[in-house]
Write a protein that binds this ligand. Structure first.
Ligand SMILES: C[S@@+](CC[C@H](N)C(=O)[O-])C[C@H]1O[C@@H](n2cnc3c(N)ncnc32)[C@H](O)[C@@H]1O
Length: 281
């Protein structure tokens, strides 16, 4: 693949998804786009690019799907899920009036392991929830990965990563070589396509936003814009959770890191007392 074609793909994925690739990634780009090339009967990546640039949205989407990295697993990093169960949910349940739903957004959900992990935790917390409605909204830019999430089907390797055996037996049934998560779990998640570069205002306000292991692919100005959008969508005493390698530090002042846990972020509250109440003693 010639350097001008590599540069064209780099420009395309940056404009379309905010993802930063460099020319050193030429091999990665070629490996990811080769299957698309074959399936679309295109003769070169340049031809694919031309079709996308001429307005072929299907090809553009296929290229985005191929160039995104969907690595994920159940209860990834454990700590954020422990915080969700032991700190965030109890605090929100105590603060929110009984009839008010608690709204969660998994902002780059990949194949669904993150929102499905939350459903399983909430199931265990049923007594504490006391009938409270907890909405889980989960979005991703990739249509292919969203289709996989909605199918609820995982292979042996995927269910062996992070998922306790007890939960495998409780929520999954074996289907051939794969495992299918209970349709009741899938039904509890509202999956939809959303590009983090777009305007999320129509989605309303959330109490918790999981935006994990996606900002690492963006440059600092893009991360700052996305933090702004999340801060605008988050209740003043809400929580944002990032991936282990991600931070708001030096990017935005719309959030404060939790005093005890840097992965747990609180938005800068308008009232100081709200902020004080958000902190873990
Ligand atoms: C590495 S996965 C992280 C999944 C999950 N949050 C986790 O931490 O395990 C990153 C996901 O971000 C999605 N993504 C990349 N760029 C995006 C964008 N501009 N808007 C929305 N999702 C995006 C990818 O499709 C991919 O599924």
């Amino acid at each position: 693949m010639s350097t001008p074609v590599v540069l064209r793909v780099i420009d395309f994925i940056s404009r379309t998804a905010g993802i930063v690739l460099t020319t050193e990634k030429a091999y990665f780009i070629e490996a990811r786009l080769s299957p698309v090339l074959r399936e679309e009967n295109a003769t070169s990546i340049d031809e694919l690019m031309q079709r996308a640039d001429r307005g072929d949205r299907r090809i553009a989407q296929r290229m985005v799907d191929a160039l995104t990295t969907n690595e994920t697993f159940f209860f990834r990093d454990k700590a954020p899920f422990d915080h969700f169960r032991n700190i965030i949910m109890p605090e929100l349940l105590a603060r929110r009036p009984a009839g008010k739903p608690i709204r969660i957004w998994c902002a780059a959900c990949s194949s669904g392991q993150e929102p499905f992990s939350l459903v399983m935790i909430l199931d265990e917390m049923r007594a504490q929830l006391g009938g409270r409605n907890v909405e889980i909204h989960a979005s991703d830019i990739s249509e292919t990965i969203l289709a996989k999430a909605k199918s609820g089907i995982f292979n042996q390797f995927e269910v062996q990563r992070g998922l306790p055996t007890k939960m495998l037996l409780q929520y999954f049934t074996k289907e051939g070589d794969n495992w299918k998560i209970s349709p009741d779990v899938v039904r509890r998640v509202n999956f939809f396509k959303f590009n983090l570069l777009d305007d999320p205002r129509a989605m309303g306000t959330f109490d918790i936003v999981f935006c994990r292991n996606v900002l690492i692919y963006f440059d600092r100005p893009t991360r700052a814009k996305i933090f702004d959008k999340i801060a605008d969508r988050l209740a003043p005493d809400g929580f944002m959770l990032l991936g282990g390698a991600e931070s708001t530090f030096g990017v935005t002042d719309r959030f404060v890191s939790h005093p005890k846990e840097r992965m747990l972020h609180l938005p800068v509250a308008k009232k100081a007392d709200t902020l004080a109440r958000s902190a873990i003693a």
